[in-house]
Ligand binder design. Structure first.
Ligand code: ADP
Length: 473
């Protein structure tokens, strides 16, 4: 059964977030646009009102005629000129210096406050009257030796209405664009996130038994395709590891079963009929050999598992390969002698490496042990310690049967043997070389092998060389 994703609140889904971000960005753009347009239109309208009121004052001054101190507009002016030009909403008054209103003309009725309470001449300002707001301004003029105050006002009603309706239009359009944009954002988010959801659903269906399956997402954008490829690559690696694990488990059970079967059959045969004490001793000896093989197998399996899991704590210290090789050669010389093989050590000088002494010792024992096991009786074996530039080299050469090129890489695989029966006969577990490789690689080194069928084999452990000399063992 595959685990279902936890239900999440809408704000946590990528879809909602994309939509919200999209909407917020559109909203912010619209707001900026509307405010800019609205405010600048408002300014424009105010400037226009000022221009009109100023123009009215100029027209009134130009049309003003004063005879015997009496002002008049003989040509008449407001009813004709202004009404025709601008439409309704104009008002002009002429005040004399004594504070009396002498002339009035207007296209609408207006009751302006006394000019003495108003603003200083030359400055336009808005007056809020019961009949509606007006833009008013006054200017003093001198005609025929008399000073008069001309006061003009224009209604702001139409202009304010224009501004209000522009704001309403901007608001309406913005709302519409926001709704449409939100819907488009939702569709976009759906389109973008859809393949992700499909990928997740597909990935959830892939279990350990279906590791061969791969995610298929086409035309979903480069990033999602990269995600798909990365996921598929992980699946491929997992499939490889699972396959290896399965093979390893099968091989390991087989390896354990063989000595167990031998133990059982030897025991069963021994139980049939009476045996002499010498025969019983032989049976027990055979059984002990099998038990020995089992415990070696368990030991190597454990070592391998530890190295692989990174649980082996190496104690790195300066190790002299010459001393180490001498030590191992001495240990194994008894085995070699039993087979009439000469174990020759060529280690002329101190060669230092930084290594875990016991792990390196175990590797070298495995290589020399193999050389002894697989070479014919009497064939010499050489253990060589040398250097090459910054590399320290440990070499084990034999004159054994050699290894065919088709086996050269595979001998480092677990339980891989060229000749299984020969390996078993020699109490081999098939794990020795894989352990050697793992240990040497953990020392930043490598294992090389050169072989000629019928001529012999050379295994080489290559490690980084250290030049300091103190405390090497
Ligand atoms: P084993 O326990 O079988 O020796 P190893 O991992 O040490 O396992 O070696 C794997 C196989 O490689 C051996 O079974 C043998 O077939 C081959 N091999 C290893 N060393 C030599 C050698 N010096 N000469 C020929 N064959 C070898």
């Amino acid at each position: 059964m595959t685990a279902q994703p936890k239900p999440s609140w809408p704000g946590r889904t990528l879809r909602t977030r994309i939509t919200l971000w999209y909407g917020a960005i559109i909203g912010l753009c619209l707001l900026t646009y509307s405010v800019t347009v609205g405010v600048s239109f408002n300014h424009h309208v105010e400037r226009e009102l000022d221009r009109r009121v100023h123009e009215d004052i100029e027209l009134a001054a130009r049309a003003l005629v004063v005879e015997n101190g009496i002002p008049s507009w003989p040509g008449g002016f407001l009813g004709k000129q202004i009404e025709e030009e601008e439409g309704g909403g104009h008002w002009v008054e002429i005040w004399d210096s004594a504070g009396n209103r002498r002339l009035v003309a207007g296209t609408f009725d207006l009751a302006l406050p006394d000019p003495a309470d108003g603003t200083p001449p030359g400055i336009a300002r808005t007056l809020k009257l019961p009949t509606g707001p007006v833009r008013a301004m006054s200017e003093s003029v001198r005609v025929a030796g008399s000073t008069f105050l001309i006061r003009a006002a224009v209604s702001e009603l139409a202009a304010r209405h224009q501004v209000r309706s522009l704001w309403l239009q901007l608001g309406g359009i913005s709302l519409m664009v926001l709704v449409l944009g939100g819907m488009a954002g939702l569709a976009l988010a759906h389109r973008l996130v859809g393949p992700l959801g499909r990928m997740a659903a597909h990935a959830r269906r892939i279990t350990a038994e279906q590791l061969h399956e791969r995610l298929v997402v086409e035309n979903a954008g480069e990033e999602l395709e990269q995600l798909r490829d990365a996921f598929n690559a992980t699946l491929a690696r997992l499939e490889g590891s699972f396959g290896q694990l399965r093979r390893f488990t099968a091989d390991a059970s087989h390896e354990i079963r063989t000595p167990l079967t031998a133990l059982r059959s030897v025991g069963e045969v021994a139980l049939q009929g009476e045996k002499t004490p010498a025969e019983y001793r032989e049976v027990i000896g055979t059984m002990l050999e099998e038990v020995d093989r089992l415990s070696r197998l368990a030991d190597e399996l454990l070592a391998l598992a530890r190295v692989e899991a990174g649980q082996t704590q190496y104690r790195f210290e300066p190790v002299d390969l010459t001393v180490l090789a001498g030590h191992v050669a001495e240990q194994l010389s008894v085995l070699a002698e039993e087979r009439g093989q000469a174990l020759v050590l060529e280690a002329p000088e101190e060669v230092l490496v930084e290594a875990d002494r016991l792990a390196l010792l175990r590797s070298l024992v495995n290589l020399i042990d193999n050389a002894i096991k697989y070479s014919a009786e009497g064939a010499p074996i050489t253990v060589r310690v040398r250097t090459e530039a910054d590399q320290a080299i440990l070499e084990v050469s034999d004159h054994g049967p050699g290894i065919g090129p088709e086996h050269l890489e595979r001998i480092f695989e677990r339980f891989y043997r060229i000749d299984p029966s020969r390996s078993r006969e020699m109490s081999g577990t098939g794990l020795g070389l894989s352990l050697v490789r793992l240990i040497v690689e953990a020392h930043a080194g490598r294992v090389e092998v050169e072989s000629e069928v019928g001529d012999g084999t050379t295994f080489r452990i290559v490690l980084p060389r250290v030049r300091a000399t103190s405390g090497a063992r």
